[in-house]
Structures are given as structure tokens and as C-alpha cells.
Design a protein around this ligand. Structure first.
Ligand code: MN
Ligand code: MN
Length: 331
């Protein structure tokens, strides 16, 4: 039988149920949820839901991102309740829950996209924030569809080594290389304030870049980042995004393969974990309404390098959300 939550979990100042207390249950023991947080059905309401979408039927190269959500959850056992970088307790100042996985059809992409959109709409209704753990990048499209009813078109800050604005693969319009072209065509994104960060590597043709600009994206490439430095990257992002509702989509392959080997389409010359964490920290008081971390494929990982990085990126985003709510309550 389940013990009373307060016996095992830490409790926030307004009754938020935090992670399992590691002095009562060692952090390597017990059932796995993201950061050892309560499940969605264990608390009356939530501010932030972490949900898995174990779907990888849209990949063009190595498969395996369907195993991403649980690998990230397992690696997140090491996340502790206080974040000194942001001076906040992200799990005690807002109610964060693990909403489990969206079970979608692995044999039918269109049906899977429909399921994801519907379940995502339930989770993010009423301004609740959802952090999605993929899954391959195809899933960004139904998430953006689900956000449109509530926010209208949103800015997309897309961290990826790839543009993901290609048209089709083998005639298929919805794949992990095409979500942001579809999103632009469907007017789900704000053209002119969306941005790719960290793109690099070879592409099919120079015209890919022209298409991408026409679809509404700017680019800060991986080559630009050491030249500009993190502070200037942050400044440029803030300038472009402004106060618009912002969706952050992180393809883990934006990190260099040294920092994220466990992914389907690795490209040399990427960001370090430290750079990406610093960029996210620099923009954490923008109007971010949702986020995803996709393309973690644990079978190519070593020593949980990739899933640990992903769990820390998730923590940084959730921590930023808690800091913003704290700032707002102080004003
Ligand atoms: Mn990619
Ligand atoms: Mn991608």
C-alpha cells in the first residue's frame, strides 16, 4: 500500500509535494519518476507536468529515441531540490509532477500525431506548463498544434544541429526532419521571432538555407557561438524573441557528440553542456510557455552521459519557471 506522500516526499511551503526525500529512501531505490517527483494522479493539481512521448517512428537515421523518456527519468534521480545557480527550489515553489507517457501508435505517424496533440492539449490547458521528453523531433509538431488554440502562433527557440525545416522524406511530410516547416506552413509559429541555435554540419543544398529563412527562422550557428560568446548569444535571443510566447525545443544533438553521444543523428562541432545550460539560464525569464527535450537514444549512450545532460537541461528549464513565478509573486 502507498504510504502517505508526506512520509516519503519533501513538502514545499504551500504544500507542494516535492521529490522523494533521499534521506528516507536512497535516491537509487524506489519506483522511477522524473526527479523522484509525485505522479500526476497523486496530487490535486499541478503547475508543471513532465511527460514522456516514446515515439521514434519519424527518424531518418538511427532509431531508438523511443527509449529516451525512461532513460532521462532514470538519470534524473540525481537531481537535488535546491538550485544554487538560480537561487530557487524548483520543486517546492511550484507543483511539478510526472505525467507518465503518452502512448502513441508506433506504426501510424498521423494517428500518433493526433494522440499527442489531444493528450498535450489536456495537459497544457489553463496555462499549465509542460516539459516533454522525447521521442524523436516529429513530436514538436503536434505539441505546437496543441499550443496554438491557447496562445496563437508562438516563437520557437530551436536548439539543434539540424534545421528540421526540410520538406519530405520518401514522400512523408511528418518526420523528425520536417516539423518546423509544417509548423511554419500551418502558422503555428511567429515568423521573424523564431530562431535556430547550434546548427552545423552538411546540408543538401544552399537553397535549404533560403527556404529556412523564408519559413521565418533566424540562425545562430554552432560556428557563431565561440565568436559571439554566451552573453552575446543570450542578448541576440532576447532581442529577437522579446515578450512573445516562447516555446523551447531542444534536440539533444545540439550538444557535441562528446557531451551527447546517445542520439540518432550526431554532428561534430557542437555546444558543450555548460554553454547550453548558460544560454538557458540567460533567457529563463522570457515568456516560455512550454519546452521539449528530444532525440535522446540511450542505446548509443555511454555511462548515461546523454541522459544525464538531458535531465540537467530539464532541471534548468523547470528551475527557470520557478524563478519567474517567484519574481512575479515578489512584485
Ligand atoms: Mn538534430
Ligand atoms: Mn531535430
Amino acid at each position: 500500500m502507498e504510504k502517505d506522500l508526506a512520509d516519503l516526499h519533501s513538502i514545499g511551503s504551500e504544500g507542494q509535494v516535492g521529490p522523494v526525500n533521499s534521506l528516507k529512501m536512497p535516491r537509487f531505490a524506489g519506483l522511477t519518476t522524473f526527479a523522484r517527483l509525485p505522479r500526476i494522479d497523486q496530487v490535486p493539481s499541478y503547475d508543471v507536468a513532465v511527460v514522456g512521448v516514446p515515439f521514434d517512428s519519424g527518424v531518418s537515421y538511427r532509431p531508438g529515441a523511443r527509449f529516451g523518456p525512461n532513460a532521462i527519468r532514470e538519470a534524473s534521480r540525481l537531481l537535488r531540490p535546491y538550485d544554487p545557480a538560480n537561487e530557487t527550489s524548483p520543486f517546492h515553489t511550484q507543483q511539478v509532477v510526472d505525467a507518465g507517457d503518452i502512448g502513441c501508435n508506433p506504426f501510424n505517424i498521423q494517428e500518433a500525431l493526433k494522440t499527442i496533440e489531444e493528450e498535450m492539449t489536456d495537459l497544457n490547458s489553463g496555462g499549465k506548463k509542460v516539459l516533454t521528453l522525447g521521442g524523436d523531433h516529429t513530436i514538436a509538431l503536434p505539441i505546437l498544434r496543441s499550443l496554438k488554440a491557447q496562445y496563437g502562433p508562438v516563437s520557437v527557440l530551436h536548439f539543434d544541429s539540424h534545421l528540421d525545416t526540410w520538406d519530405t522524406y520518401f514522400g512523408e511530410a511528418c518526420t523528425h526532419g520536417t516539423p518546423f516547416r509544417r509548423a511554419s506552413e500551418e502558422n503555428l509559429i511567429l515568423k521573424g521571432s523564431s530562431l535556430h541555435i547550434g546548427t552545423r554540419g552538411s546540408i543538401y543544398d544552399k537553397s535549404d538555407l533560403d527556404d529556412d529563412a523564408r519559413l521565418g527562422f533566424g540562425i545562430i550557428s554552432a560556428r557563431d557561438i565561440p565568436e559571439l560568446g554566451v552573453k552575446e548569444v543570450v542578448r541576440q535571443i532576447r532581442e529577437r524573441v522579446g515578450d512573445t510566447p516562447l516555446y523551447i525545443s531542444i534536440d539533444i544533438d545540439v550538444l557535441d557528440p562528446a557531451f551527447a553521444p546517445g542520439t540518432g543523428t550526431p554532428e561534430a562541432g557542437g555546444l558543450s553542456s555548460r554553454e547550453l545550460l548558460a544560454i538557458l539560464r540567460g533567457i529563463n525569464n522570457l515568456n516560455t510557455i512550454g519546452a521539449d527535450i528530444v532525440e535522446v537514444a540511450p542505446v548509443y549512450d555511454h555511462a548515461e552521459i546523454t541522459s544525464i545532460a538531458a535531465s540537467h537541461l530539464a532541471y534548468e528549464i523547470i528551475s527557470g519557471w520557478s524563478r519567474v513565478s517567484k519574481d512575479r509573486s515578489n512584485t
